[in-house]
Design a protein around this ligand. Structure first.
Ligand code: MN
Length: 263
């Protein structure tokens, strides 16, 4: 006689009985939510706009509802491979495989390095150090780069950290680390706390914005403006992301959540 274990039932009862905690990795979406700001001559996103329709008033006495306008790349959001020219033949948000919306989160802590140098970019050595301690990053995992930068989210000046050179000084991922993760480890993608998955000064790198270039070239994803990464263990959390099914969409705001098993 075979005993069939009900895995999904165990997950649901774990959530109901608080043995599994659900961590909200998304920041609040409103008109002051920061969005990336590109220099001239590039066009920029309009961010998030809230347009009230009615609120128990003459326009709708029994109900409250709103419209909103939002950039695909606004607030906590998802970058699809077609976001970048190197990934133009790959998936958009409407065509990505559903199974890729769920995977283990590997959380690499570089908060010390970033405290000392806001331009710090995750290195292959950082990844190998993580793997020595926590085991090899498995295929179909997310790599979340924990920099601590989300603590600046309410303060635009600190969040963008524009220097006297006019450049934003925010952390990112080195070209070599992006290549290593996308090719050698075959991950789903990377997630960061800043407005984009590349460092603030990465427009000056070769190629420009190397993480976008190599991740999306390899049909991998990006997650930006995550928060609460300090609440995740280095391994074992299950990350769930849910981009809107925008036809030919290059990205989408998401409600990113992580399932964490309590000890
Ligand atoms: Mn983006």
């Amino acid at each position: 006689m075979s005993i069939k274990t009900n895995i999904l039932g165990e997950i649901v009862s774990g959530i109901v009985n608080d043995r599994i905690e659900i961590i909200d990795l998304s920041q609040l979406l409103n008109e002051s939510t920061p969005v990336i700001s590109l220099p001239e001559p590039f066009a920029n996103t309009g961010g998030f706009k809230f347009l009230p329709i009615s609120k128990y008033d003459e326009k709708g006495p029994n109900f409250y509802w709103n419209d909103f306008i939002a950039g695909e790349h606004c607030g906590t959001h998802f970058d699809a491979p077609i976001h970048w020219i190197s990934g133009r033949d790959h998936d958009g948000v409407d065509t990505m495989p559903m199974k890729n919306m769920v995977g283990e989160a590997c959380v690499i802590n570089i908060t010390k390095e970033v405290d000392e140098n806001p331009d710090y970019c995750l290195t292959v050595e950082d990844i190998k150090r993580f793997e020595e301690e926590h085991g090899e990053i498995t295929k179909h995992s997310w790599v979340l780069v924990y920099t601590g930068w989300s603590k600046y989210m309410g303060n635009h000046e600190k969040y963008f950290n524009v220097g006297e050179d006019g450049q934003p000084h925010t952390p990112g991922i080195s070209k070599e680390a992006s290549l290593f993760l996308s090719i050698e480890r075959d991950i789903l993608g990377v997630g960061v706390e800043t407005v984009g998955t590349d460092a603030g000064i990465a427009g000056t790198f070769e190629p420009p914005f190397p993480n976008h270039h190599y991740m999306h070239k390899a049909n991998k994803y990006g997650l930006a403006q995550l928060t609460n990464l300090e609440k995740l263990p280095p391994r074992g959390a299950v990350l769930i992301i849910n981009p809107l099914k925008i036809e030919n969409g290059s990205g989408s705001p998401i409600r990113a959540i992580a399932l964490v098993e309590k000890e």
